[in-house]
Design a protein. Structure first.
Length: 132
């Protein structure tokens, strides 16, 4: 049985650049440039992100974002440190911080300017009830 999950679809100014960037973060590309369209999907465990080519994209004007809820944001952050990204500009990586809404989060901005917030529940976050 497959796990239910959301899979964000984000713009990429250059799919080769995007594959290389996320590859360094431990994501596996699905198509490796062999899709019949300008599209890529990358995955790392249950985290799956789709990218569509948008060659005219200006990274500093990109408002696209997504959130990855993980078991241990600090562990993810440590693995992303290998890229030696700055804490400002594009791309960038910010340090994990405990948030007042009960999450420990950090942010990653990729070369296309996509904001990826990564976090784990500190244990007292609001969890919506399943009304189904």
């Amino acid at each position: 049985m497959r796990t239910e999950r959301a899979e964000p679809i984000l713009p990429a100014r250059n799919l080769d650049e995007t594959r290389a960037f996320y590859g360094k973060l431990g994501f596996r590309p699905w198509f490796r440039g062999h899709a019949p369209w300008d599209y890529e999907i990358v995955s790392r465990g249950h985290l799956v992100v789709h990218f569509f080519a948008d060659p005219g994209l200006t990274p500093s004007k990109n408002n696209a974002s997504c959130y990855w809820r993980v078991k241990d944001a600090d562990r993810f952050y440590q693995s992303f440190l290998a890229l030696n990204l700055p804490s400002e500009g594009i791309p960038r990586l910010t340090a994990p911080v405990d948030q007042p809404w009960g999450m420990r989060e950090f942010s990653l901005v990729d070369p296309s300017g996509n904001l990826v917030r990564v976090g784990h529940d500190l244990g007292d976050a609001y969890v919506p009830q399943d009304d189904s």
